[in-house]
Design a protein. Sequence first.
Length: 299
Amino acid sequence: MLRTAIAVLLVSLSIGVGRAETQTPIRFGLTAVIVQEHLRFLDRWALYLSNKMDRPVKFVRRKSYREVMDLLEAGRLDFAWICGFPFVQPRDPEFLELLAVPVYKGKPLYNSYIIVPKDSPYRTLDDLKGKVFAFSDPESNSGFLYPQFLLATRGTKPQNFFRQTFFTYNHAETVEAVADQVADGGAVDSYIWEYLQILRPEIAARTRVIKISPAFGFPPLVSSKRTEAKAVERMKSVLLGMSEEPEGRQFLAGFKLDAFGDFPPELFDGIGQMANDTRKALLWLASAEKRVPSETSRK
């Protein structure tokens, strides 16, 4: 009976996609918010969305948030799953709009985790002074902005506080770098760390959380302002309706999400305020450094 049901589902999806293939593909950008373990779902999710949209949906994967944002700005993507930090950055003219926000554990929220090797002696961020630290992406809220904010508001910068830093461009790889002690600490998305506890416990279990940020708006799904309004409305309806039907709930379960919800842009105001505070603190630090005479000038 189960095999028959699956066969019927696959046939229905293939018929819908076959009909959709004659139309212009919808281009959907994905970034480091998708972990490697999610990739097995992507082909099936693309089939599901194609069937619902009655047009082929093609996922466009890129390593960094900057690459995806550049594609959005150039009009080469219709939709994308990005991060709250690039979402709140000022743009003139604006080229994207909020489409939907994932709901995780009942809320459209997540945190930044500062993690260290499980058996290390480190207990606080101060313990990582002079150590090696792994960031996830230069435009990641949880993987870069939050730890930079912590340091900037203490009167220092990552390059002055840590002995060495590097970017992994993938939250899962940040966890792995810390687990393998390639880095003494790292900053990651709480959702990804908790997801890895289930899918790759042998990696996550070798790390430990020493600091949890305030709650932030979960990495959002956005639409390009160049995307036709009808397609935007339809995609939003499809995403919001996933939690209301069995097929959609299967995909949400694969992502460990409850739903995609409709929330106002103000959900990300906390990230915007943190970005502004960080920018001001860094400007003050730069100004202070210029006022301090160098050792050479003193001599």
